[in-house]
Design a protein around this ligand. Structure first.
Ligand code: ADP
Length: 382
């Protein structure tokens, strides 16, 4: 168990690629933190620097208050689980799991019986007691994954580091193993840093998620917080499937208050959005709408406004359906509505938008969320 603290950590690879740019992050003891972002954003590099597998170009990494910048990986007392599991093919599951302990038996003052007990305990936790004599090639993907985790558990490390550990599994198994890892982390109460490009995995696993892009941390907050109050348009669009839709326009005065003008559509702002927009009347802004904020019927909350759309595609999803549509000035949007809602492809129809669930952004890919309030945890303020 340990706290892991990164302060202004930067990594520049030989050749000049700045993979990680002044990342600061305070991870509490027992916390499960997920680094998420598109491929190439610097997640793995960050994790590998914590593990000691990459040099740190600038900044400091502390584990339990001790700066480890110069500490070799084996002396950091952390265990890493890789995407490709990195099992030794010629060794049995038992030997794979016992390997790191055997290697340091004297140093750790472990007897053969101690190691045996640790391996069997970890195998029991993971439900792989029956597989101990098998070689990795005789295991399924999910079983190999468990062995890789088992190898980390036996060491009883200060922290677990996971680098995309579920990417090689099929979709169903991935969801199963995800729950397993979460239960395991709760049970062992070990500080965990987990890297994934899969936003759903991040949202379901993390106590907090760290959203990265181009080596920079954009937001650090609970899954609910990053979803409900993304700090900028990048975070808003990265989390959630289907992603948030964005329409361009400007805020203007309309009868009885402020409205967002998107072509001929006049979308009355809720008091909260109006507050956010008050200093920006007349300026170009972007309204963000989550798919589930659309409805074919008027909501009861009073924040419901109407927009004329053309429906291009309807995708049934069991209890809901996704409606692909085009706004009055040609912006593509997706609404997730009740399966029984009466919408048909090719139809022009009124869609209602629950403006309590909409957000106002400054223009541009990284446009700041003006309606997030002050609660949003911005990079570095965690
Ligand atoms: P992620 O894990 O988010 O996909 P990485 O941390 O692997 O991202 O990579 C971040 C950036 O650093 C990318 O632009 C990648 O190409 C670059 N990079 C990664 N490893 C090396 C390396 N060994 N040498 C040079 N550049 C690298």
């Amino acid at each position: 168990m340990a706290r892991v603290t990164l302060t202004d950590v930067t990594k520049v690879y030989p050749g000049g690629v700045k993979a990680v740019d002044r990342v600061s992050l305070a991870i509490a003891d027992r916390e499960f933190v997920v680094l998420v972002g598109p491929s190439g954003c610097g997640k793995s590099t960050t994790l590998r620097m914590v593990a000691g597998l990459e040099d740190i170009s600038d900044g400091t990494i502390e584990i339990d208050g001790r700066v480890v910048n110069q500490t070799p990986p084996k002396d950091r007392d952390i265990a890493m689980v890789f995407q490709n599991y990195a099992l030794y093919p010629h060794m049995s599951v038992y030997k794979n799991m016992a390997f790191s302990l055997n290697l340091r038996r004297r140093e750790l003052r472990l007897s053969k019986a101690d190691i045996d007990r640790k391996v069997r305990e970890a195998a029991a936790i993971l439900g792989i007691e029956d597989l101990l004599e098998r070689k990795p090639r005789a295991l399924s993907g999910g079983q190999r994954q468990r062995v890789a985790v088992g190898r980390a558990i036996v060491r009883n490390p200060k922290a677990f580091l996971f680098d995309e550990p579920l990417s090689n599994l099929d979709a169903k198994l991935r969801v199963e193993m995800r729950s397993e890892i979460k239960r395991l982390q709760r049970r062992l109460a070990t500080t965990t840093i987990y890297v994934t490009h899969d936003q759903e995995e991040a949202m379901t696993l993390g106590d907090r998620v760290v959203v990265m892009k181009d080596g920079i941390v954009h937001q650090v907050a609970s899954p609910l917080e990053v979803y409900e109050r993304p700090v900028n348009r990048f975070v808003a669009s990265f989390l959630g499937t289907p992603p948030m839709g964005f329409i361009d326009g400007r805020v203007g005065e309309s009868a009885g208050g402020l409205a967002f003008e998107h072509g001929p559509a006049l979308l009355r702002l809720t008091p909260k959005l109006a507050d956010a927009a008050r200093q920006r009347v007349g300026a170009a802004l972007v309204l963000g709408i989550r798919p589930d904020a659309f409805s074919t019927s008027e909501g009861t909350g009073g924040g419901s406004v109407k927009m004329r759309v053309r429906v291009t595609l309807v995708e049934p999803l069991g209890d809901r359906k996704d409606v692909h549509m085009i706004s009055p000035i040609g912006t593509k949007l997706v609404g997730r509505v009740d399966l029984r809602a009466g919408v048909a492809e090719g139809q022009e129809t009124d869609m209602f938008i629950n403006m309590d669930r909409a957000a106002l952004f400054e223009p541009g890919e990284m446009g700041r969320n003006l309606s997030a309030g002050r609660e949003g945890t911005v990079a570095g303020e965690n």
